[in-house]
Design a protein around this ligand. Structure first.
Ligand code: HEC
Ligand code: HEC
Ligand code: HEC
Ligand code: HEC
Ligand code: HEC
Ligand code: HEC
Ligand code: HEC
Length: 478
């Protein structure tokens, strides 16, 4: 069982100046940038120029999500809404992702990606830190969208004493540092592993992304890997990029402060290719044939819709080279990060790699966690329990280890110990529904029906539709 993690907003601590300050001296850029999808990719509900249409029984025009008797106020959106939007709400000081999203085509509300096969609309999915890191800029959405400083770095000193030397201009960086600026959000990969001792969102423009996270991508023989979809991965497969090297980057075709138009893209092709080089071309349009859009533009799954592998012929997206899971930039990484990437991607080779990495880093909690979960998936409970105990010794507030060790204890009849572990986890994160259901059962079995009822009511407070909690409470109240 993978426990939810309590919400701590991990945001770059420095991003404090804000677009309004930059706009005072760079008004034209600020105005133009404000119109882009990136600038509008998150914010307070109702404050965006792109409006949703309502009519779905579960969401009212003032953004109340209504489920049965319960309602939740959707406070923030993620996604500019050209394709779609996800929403966040708060309960008890925690942030959750809404089970419904808005889809621009056809304009309607529907179940969020990943909730399709759930028996009821879950209301306790903790918001993924990754969403916030790529879609918002300052803690608690003080600033909606991708801010100037996400690409230009901390601007406080520059705003006080403007000079070219105290602000990052991506084009003036060395190629890998330059590419890192866009890659922090546009290189999704199969696994993004925070380097030992680093937070996932600790990248600062001007530095190397690979110093804070290792991004692993699929490299499968003869075809596309299962998630080889991000713009960086695709572009890396184009002949244009392979033959031009560092000269070609995202900024070769995209203007950062405005949405570019098709004429601009076609001009960029022709800065390297004479139209005559293509026997099929007629006129100056190149992207219609060579960078076709996929039909998947209705999905808000993370896909590159435009084929950035720039294939010769449509429908023949350029394939990957031979290999397995590799670090994007260098093709290799240290044993710890590689082991974590294999574990995150659920590959069989993960086990020997994790074993070796744990032996070398016996106090590394991400490694211990992945190894424990590996054992748990294979029903090797005793081995998992030893590791969970170790994790709790290193970090007594680790809710995931407490919840899972509790489950191990209850299976062995150690009810009191299990209850204590679950209470400890729930004190830190009250929205751990699975743990609270288990707690209710354990409390009932140990003769405390009142405590069990209280636990079930608390489950229903968070998850009003929870079928098992409803059933059990009815039985207990008879
Ligand atoms: C008080 C006015 C002022 C404020 C506020 C300000 N800038 Fe500037 N900025 C300037 C001036 C003036 C220059 C040109 C400096 C020069 O030519 O020596 C500049 C240059 C730049 C450059 C070009 C650097 C280069 O090497 O080409 C960037 C990028 C930049 N600013 C971004 C920002 C960002 C981002 C913010 C907000 C965090 C910001 N500026 C806030 C006045 C300001
Ligand atoms: C902090 C994260 C972040 C960074 C840094 C970032 N992007 Fe984006 N970008 C996004 C998100 C999120 C979207 C989706 C916007 C939406 O909701 O429509 C996006 C959308 C885009 C689009 C589609 C057009 C648009 O404006 O919506 C282009 C093109 C793009 N980014 C290029 C770049 C380039 C080039 C760089 C580097 C110079 C870069 N991005 C840096 C997060 C980022
Ligand atoms: C690694 C960075 C990254 C992460 C993590 C991420 N996104 Fe995105 N998201 C993007 C980018 C970039 C786009 C633009 C299109 C693309 O590249 O697929 C996007 C597009 C979207 C869109 C469509 C916006 C539109 O209308 O154009 C939605 C909605 C969205 N993301 C929601 C989420 C949610 C919810 C999460 C967390 C579960 C999340 N994203 C995690 C980078 C990210
Ligand atoms: C998605 C990344 C990104 C964001 C967000 C962004 N910029 Fe830039 N900015 C760039 C890049 C890349 C360049 C270099 C463009 C070039 O010369 O090709 C640049 C160049 C600049 C320059 C110097 C060159 C010029 O055009 O005058 C200034 C000033 C600047 N940006 C200010 C801002 C301000 C102010 C904001 C916020 C309103 C902002 N930028 C948001 C990526 C970004
Ligand atoms: C920075 C320069 C540069 C830019 C910009 C560029 N290309 Fe290329 N492209 C190249 C190079 C170099 C090659 C390899 C030429 C060769 O192998 O003879 C190439 C190869 C190609 C090929 C052959 C692909 C294959 O698999 O054989 C096509 C098609 C192509 N480019 C189309 C485009 C289109 C369309 C654009 C604009 C969207 C574009 N290129 C932009 C440099 C560029
Ligand atoms: C050779 C030109 C070229 C390069 C280089 C390039 N793009 Fe694009 N990109 C395009 C074109 C063309 C579109 C489609 C624009 C449209 O239809 O309006 C596009 C669209 C996008 C979109 C919108 C979503 C989609 O897939 O349609 C994003 C995001 C994006 N590019 C990101 C990137 C990033 C990040 C990089 C660098 C890794 C990059 N692009 C490099 C030409 C390029
Ligand atoms: C009507 C669709 C179409 C348009 C428009 C188009 N191309 Fe092509 N292009 C193709 C096809 C198909 C091929 C492959 C031809 C072959 O394999 O014999 C090709 C091949 C190429 C090649 C590889 C040439 C070689 O001999 O290796 C380049 C480079 C290229 N195109 C660039 C461009 C540029 C630049 C433009 C815009 C000025 C453009 N194309 C417009 C369909 C198109």
């Amino acid at each position: 069982m993978r426990a939810l993690v309590a919400i701590v907003l991990v945001m770059p601590a420095w991003a404090d100046t804000g677009n309004a300050v930059c706009a005072r001296c760079h008004p034209a850029i600020a105005k133009s940038y404000a119109g882009t999808g990136m600038a509008q990719t998150s914010g307070r509900t109702g404050q965006s120029t792109r409006k949703e249409s309502f009519g779905h029984a579960n969401v009212t025009p003032d953004y109340k999500l209504q489920i049965g008797e319960t309602s939740r106020q959707l406070e923030w959106y993620i996604g500019s809404g050209r394709i779609g939007r996800s929403y966040l709400f708060r309960k008890g000081g925690q942030l959750f992702q809404a089970p419904l999203s808005y889809y621009a085509e056809p304009r309607k509300w529907d179940v969020s990606p990943g909730y399709e096969n759930k028996p009821y609309l879950e209301m306790t999915r903790a918001v993924d830190q990754g969403c916030l890191q790529c879609h918002t800029s300052r803690p608690a959405f003080v600033e909606g969208g991708v801010s100037c400083e996400r690409c230009h770095g901390p601007g406080e000193k520059h705003a006080a004493q403007p000079a070219r030397t105290n602000i990052v201009n991506p084009v003036k960086l060395a190629p890998r540092q330059r590419d890192s600026v866009c890659a922090q959000c546009h290189l999704t990969g199969a696994a993004r592993i925070a380097r030992a001792g680093r937070e996932r969102g600790s990248f600062t423009p001007g530095s190397l992304l690979s110093d804070s996270i290792a991004v692993f991508v699929w490299d499968t023989p003869g075809g596309e890997g299962p998630t080889a979809t991000s713009h960086f991965e695709k572009l890396a497969r184009s002949r244009c990029k392979q033959a031009s090297g560092d000269k070609l980057w995202c900024g070769s075709c995209h203007t950062p402060h405005a949405d570019s138009n098709r004429a601009h893209y076609n001009e960029q092709c022709q800065s390297c290719h004479r139209p005559a080089a293509c026997k099929r071309s007629a006129g100056s349009d190149c992207i219609t044939c060579h960078m076709p859009k996929s039909a998947a533009t209705q999905s808000i799954e993370h896909l590159a819709f435009t084929d950035h592998s720039i294939p010769r012929r449509q429908g023949k997206s350029n394939p990957a080279a031979a290999g397995a899971l590799k670090e994007f930039w260098t093709g290799q990484s240290n044993p710890r990060d590689t082991a974590l990437a294999y574990a995150v991607a659920h590959l069989d080779e993960a086990y020997p790699k994790l074993r070796q990495a744990v032996a070398a880093n016996p106090r590394d909690i991400p490694l211990l966690t992945e190894l424990a979960q590996y054992h748990e998936r294979r029903d090797q409970d005793d081995k998992a329990a030893v590791l969970y105990t170790q994790i709790l010794q290193l970090d007594p507030t680790n809710t995931m280890a407490a919840v899972n060790l509790g489950t191990y204890k209850i299976r062995r009849g150690l009810t009191k110990e299990a209850i204590a572990l679950w209470l400890r986890a729930l004190a830190k994160n009250p929205a751990l529904i699975g743990a609270r259901m288990n707690l209710a059962v354990a409390q009932y079995q140990s003769g405390d029906a009142a405590a069990a009822r209280a636990s079930l009511k608390s489950v229903l407070d968070y998850e009003p539709e929870h079928p098992a909690a409803k059933r059990m409470l009815e039985q207990l109240e008879q």
